[in-house]
Ligand binder design. Structure first.
Ligand code: EPZ
Length: 415
């Protein structure tokens, strides 16, 4: 098991390139299931989750070539079953359900099971697929879905699920008639997917709002498209600058879709400005404590909650962070406490009293964003921090050790 070892206290400075968004790349790559012929996707991040989805698509007979520029051909789908050993490592695999039923009339996908941050059911995905006319059976931990041809319907999500919205959008593009998704997720990754599907010949309107209308079409054509930059990776580097009184330029991202985290970080005293091709961020000696409540887009993203908590552990004052999206996304708290943080949990709120400084310690990553929070804490802490189970971080941060090292961090990966 690899570990990341950080000797904290180094100021970060320089340029870092923000990679393509993991949560846009995954549905975009999967959307190729709806087409025959070669699709070309640009700005694909080199992440474990991307490698997993390429393995999953290959198991369905799909051809994938390349990395940052990825070519995908789903002309020959020879298998419609996504196996447990692939799905259990990555929940986003359930996104193959909608396109497979739309294109092939059937799909068998392992139920994702829970993960560290919560139960994460897919009941809303399945209920919506049934509304489109699919027959759904749950057998031995698998979902089996079948439909001669899906028929448009009006879907209401009582939770604005991101992958639920994406799954139904990909199911509905080939359905007969009109589908309206109400209380749809508004995330920019949903908009990126809708734009890619429309470039394939789909007819989707309203992506980015809470009502998405999809007119079914007969078929889709392969396309060439680009994945948006990763706003969660960008937010993480903004906080790295804040925690080390650093001076960074984030290239390849311009602050689009980041109003909530940027506004909140400016309230802590961080100087963030747009520069040619990117964002400039300068940390300050004093970090003001602020309150945060995570919300679906355009609110403060739950995927930046753990990282923000790391920052608030060294804020001047008291910060209350409320997690409203997932039921168990405070796994990083115990590890931050080991580094000398002062945090108390009450229900879905964490009360963080800022301390003078953190102290390095051996800690354990529990999920993707918690591991990023521990890296940030290690960058600011006095002494050595050793983070175990770093496979979590490889899922969502491309070359994080190299990127931070090039910015002056004393960070190494040991096997
Ligand atoms: C997406 O997960 C992201 N993953 C998550 O990022 C992100 O945290 C989440 O959206 C919220 O923004 C991808 O896009 C691949 P949801 P998703 O369905 O779609 C409940 C990361 O770190 N729910 O919007 O799985 C669910 O339990 C990952 O990159 C149901 O109850 O999240 C959660 O409490 C972590 N039934 C809430 O809704 C359902 O059928 C929001 O979940 C679906 C969801």
């Amino acid at each position: 098991m690899d570990k990341i070892v950080i000797h904290g206290g180094k100021r970060l400075a320089g340029e870092v390139r923000i990679s393509g968004a993991k949560n846009a790349a995954l549905p975009v790559i999967i959307s190729s299931l709806l087409t025959e012929g070669w699709n070309t996707f640009h700005n694909i991040p080199d992440l474990m989750d991307v490698r997993t989805i390429k393995r999953l698509l290959a198991s369905l007979g799909v051809k994938c070539e390349g990395k940052e520029t990825l070519r995908v051909n789903a002309g020959e789908i020879t298998n419609c079953e996504a196996s447990y050993d692939l799905v259990k490592t990555m929940r986003a695999s359930v996104l193959v359900l909608g396109p497979l039923v739309a294109r092939m009339g059937r799909a068998k996908v392992s139920l994702p099971g829970g993960c560290a941050i919560g139960a994460r059911p897919i009941n809303l995905h399945l209920k919506a697929l049934q509304a489109l006319g699919a027959e759904i059976d749950l057998k031995e931990g698998y979902v089996e879905a079948r439909a001669e041809r899906l028929k448009g319907a009006t879907i209401y999500f009582d939770i604005s699920t991101v992958t639920g919205t994406e799954n139904i959008m990909m199911a509905a593009v080939l359905a007969e008639g009109t589908t309206i998704i109400k209380n749809a997720a508004r995330e920019p990754e949903v908009v990126n997917l809708a734009d890619v599907l429309n470039s394939m010949g789909a007819n989707i309107r309203g992506a980015g709002t809470d009502v998405i209308t999809i007119e079914g079409v007969k078929g889709l054509q392969p396309t060439e498209a680009t994945v948006i930059p990763d706003r969660i990776e960008a937010g993480t580097y903004l906080m790295a600058a804040a925690m080390t009184e650093g001076d960074l330029t984030l290239m390849g991202c311009n602050g689009d879709y980041m109003e909530a985290p940027i506004t909140k970080l400016k309230d802590t005293g961080l100087a963030i400005s747009s520069v040619e091709g990117g964002l400039r961020v300068k940390g300050t000696r004093e970090i003001c404590s602020v309150d945060v409540k995570t919300l679906p887009y355009p609110g403060f993203p739950t995927d930046l909650q753990a990282q923000m908590m790391a920052l608030m552990t060294v804020g001047k004052g008291i910060s209350v962070i409320r997690e409203t999206v997932f039921e168990n996304r405070f796994m990083h708290v115990n590890e931050l406490l080991r580094m000398g943080a002062n945090i108390a949990i009450e229900g879905n709120s964490a009360i963080i009293k800022g301390v003078q400084n953190l102290r390095g310690a051996p800690v354990m990553a529990t999920d993707l964003r918690a591991s990023a929070s521990l890296v940030l804490a290690g960058l600011a802490a006095e002494g050595k921090t050793e983070i175990s189970r770093v496979y979590h971080i490889d899922r969502g941060y491309e070359r994080i050790v190299e990127k931070l090292s090039s910015l002056g961090a004393d960070i190494k990966r040991i096997t």
